[in-house]
Design a protein around this ligand. Structure first.
Ligand SMILES: [Zn+2]
Length: 204
């Protein structure tokens, strides 16, 4: 089967995170709406496909490592807040967080090979909270990942950790990531952590 060496991974560019009226609006992310679309287009011109993840919550989500710190309700499946922003919207095939059979995943892989955008739905912060993520990435043959989206120090960092554990080379798309400072976890710290442990910044 054909392999896909490089991908863009679009992390949670959804209304609740990006729009000013979103329930966890990342400061400054709204001003970057065009950048998110431009990043996808930049790689598309090079023949590099975009995949990604969306929060698809059915209830509250906890910030791990803190006591009683809940995020506000966000990205509840089926709401406008859960939908992707226009600049990263496309004809997307979503992979639910039910465990897919090998055959079902092969069908998803075929869609990607045909140029379809595929996004995994997730409940937790980490993209491995969808049990299909690793199998999908490995079946595609991915070796390097260009990360974009929000928030740099939260879900982008979680995605970085997941891809690093899968031994993938990770690049951060400079113009298309944005952080959200929360107690004990800042954008600056998240960036430093990733850049010191193997990520590289990608500018275009
Ligand atoms: Zn969430």
């Amino acid at each position: 089967m054909k392999k896909i060496k490089s991908i863009v991974w679009d992390v949670e560019t959804q209304n609740d995170f990006i729009m000013p009226e979103g329930t966890i609006s990342v400061p400054g992310a709204y001003e970057m709406i065009e950048n998110f679309g431009k990043a996808i287009y930049h790689f598309q011109k090079k023949g590099i496909l975009t995949l990604g993840s969306v929060d698809a919550h059915t209830g509250p989500e906890l910030i791990p490592g803190t006591k009683d710190q809940y995020f506000p309700l966000h990205c509840i499946k089926g709401t406008k807040g859960q939908q992707k922003i226009a600049s990263t919207q496309a004809d997307i095939l979503y992979v639910s967080d039910n465990k897919y059979s090998d055959d079902a995943l092969d069908l998803v892989v075929n869609e990607v090979m045909d140029g379809r955008r595929v996004y995994i739905e997730k409940q937790g912060l980490n993209l491995l909270s969808n049990p299909n993520t690793i199998d999908l990435i490995e079946k595609l043959g991915v070796e390097e990942v260009y990360l974009m989206g929000v928030a740099t120090n939260i879900c982008v960092k979680e995605a970085y950790d997941a891809f690093k554990d899968m031994q993938k080379k990770v690049y951060l798309i400079h113009s298309a990531i944005k952080g959200l400072d929360i107690p004990g976890n800042t954008e600056k710290e998240g960036l430093e952590y990733m850049l010191k442990s193997g990520a590289e910044m990608y500018r275009f």
